[in-house]
Design a protein around this ligand. Structure first.
Ligand code: KIV
Length: 303
C-alpha cells in the first residue's frame, strides 16, 4: 500500500507527469501525455449531455455556420455547435429559413465540423427535407457523412414521430424542436410566443414526452413561457435546450449573429454579449459563463 500515508499522484493532472515520468521511458511519457491531452479535448457525446443534465450542469450551445467562428466558440467553452437553418436569414439574407436547401446545410456543416474537435455538432434538416422517413434518412445520412454532423435536428411533434423513429432506428441521434417552429412560420402567422393557452401548453407537454419515447436525445424549446419549459424539462430524462424559454432548461442556445448584436431587430429574449466585451472571444466567454451560472436568461429575457 504505497499510497497509504502519502497522496497518490492525480493521473489527470499534467503537473504530476514529471515524477511519474522518472519510472517511464521517454516514449511512454509522450504517449501518456498525448492521451491525457486527448481526453481534455475529447468529443462530447450524447450520453455525456444526459449526464450533464443529471449533474445539473448547464449545456452551452450557439449556432455556427463556418470554421472560423466554430473554432472561437469551441475555444471559449461552447458544448454544442448548432448548424442551424437560421443561416438562411443571418448569412444568406432571406426573410425566413424556408429557402435553405440540403446543399447549403451540408456545405456549412462541413465547414464547422472541420474546425471542431470537442463540441457536439448538430445540423438542421431544412424545410421539406424530412417529409417521409426515407427522404429524412437519406438527408440525415448526408449531414453525418458529408457534413460531419453528430446529430440532426428537425421541427415538430406528433406529425414527426414516425420520421424520428426511423432515424433513431438507423442509429442517427435526433434533436427535436418544439414551440416556435420557424419552418412553419406561414402556418403560425409570425415569430410569436407559443404555448400560452392551457390547451397549447398541454399539447407541447404531450409532444415532448412522445418525442422522448420515440428516441430523441435532445430537445430545443423555442419561445415558450419559462414555467412551461420548466415543466417539460422536469418531466424529461433527456436535456432541453432553451431559446426564449427561460432559464430552467438544461441548456441554452442563441443565434450567433443575434448575440453579437448583428441582427437589426434583435428578439426580446436575446442579449448583445459583444456590448462591453473584449472582442468576439470575450463575448462568447461571457455568454458561456452567464449560461453556466444561470444568470442568463434572466426574467427580462424570458416570457
Ligand atoms: O436554426 C436555428 O438557428 C435554430 C435555433 C433558433 C434553435 O433552430
Amino acid at each position: 500500500m504505497m499510497f497509504l500515508f502519502s497522496k497518490p499522484p492525480d493521473p489527470f493532472a499534467m503537473t504530476d507527469l514529471k515524477p511519474l515520468s522518472r519510472s517511464l521511458s521517454d516514449s511512454a511519457t509522450r504517449r501518456l501525455s498525448r492521451s491525457l491531452s486527448d481526453s481534455a479535448t475529447r468529443r462530447l457525446s450524447v450520453p455525456e449531455l444526459t449526464a450533464m443534465k443529471q449533474r445539473g450542469e448547464k449545456i452551452t450551445c450557439l449556432t455556427a455556420y463556418d470554421a472560423g467562428f466554430a473554432r472561437v466558440l469551441e475555444d471559449n467553452g461552447v458544448d454544442v455547435l448548432l448548424v442551424g437553418d437560421s443561416l438562411g436569414m443571418v448569412v444568406q439574407g432571406h426573410a425566413s429559413t424556408l429557402p435553405v436547401g440540403m446543399d447549403d446545410m451540408v456545405y456549412h456543416c462541413a465547414a464547422v465540423s472541420r474546425a471542431s474537435r470537442r463540441a457536439l455538432v448538430v445540423a438542421d434538416l431544412p424545410f421539406m427535407s424530412y417529409s417521409t422517413s426515407e427522404q429524412a434518412a437519406a438527408n440525415a445520412a448526408r449531414l453525418l457523412q458529408q457534413g460531419g454532423a453528430h446529430m440532426v435536428k428537425l421541427e415538430g411533434g406528433y406529425r414527426r414521430a414516425a420520421v424520428v423513429h426511423h432515424l433513431v432506428d438507423q442509429g442517427i441521434p435526433v434533436c427535436g424542436h418544439l414551440g416556435l417552429l420557424p419552418q412553419s412560420i406561414h402556418q403560425l402567422g409570425g415569430y410569436k410566443v407559443q404555448g400560452k393557452t392551457e390547451k397549447e401548453a398541454e399539447r407541447l407537454i404531450e409532444e415532448a414526452s412522445l418525442l422522448e419515447e420515440t428516441g430523441i436525445s435532445l430537445l430545443v424549446l423555442e419561445c415558450i413561457p419559462a414555467a412551461l419549459a420548466a415543466e417539460i424539462t422536469a418531466q424529461l430524462r433527456i436535456p432541453t435546450i432553451g431559446i426564449g424559454a427561460g432559464n430552467y432548461c438544461d441548456g441554452q442556445v442563441l443565434v450567433l449573429y443575434d448575440m453579437l448584436g448583428l441582427t437589426p431587430n434583435m428578439p426580446r429574449f436575446c442579449r448583445d454579449f459583444l456590448h462591453g466585451a473584449d472582442g468576439i472571444a470575450g463575448a462568447v466567454a461571457n455568454y458561456v459563463a452567464a449560461v453556466r451560472s444561470g444568470q442568463f436568461p434572466d426574467a427580462e429575457h424570458s416570457y
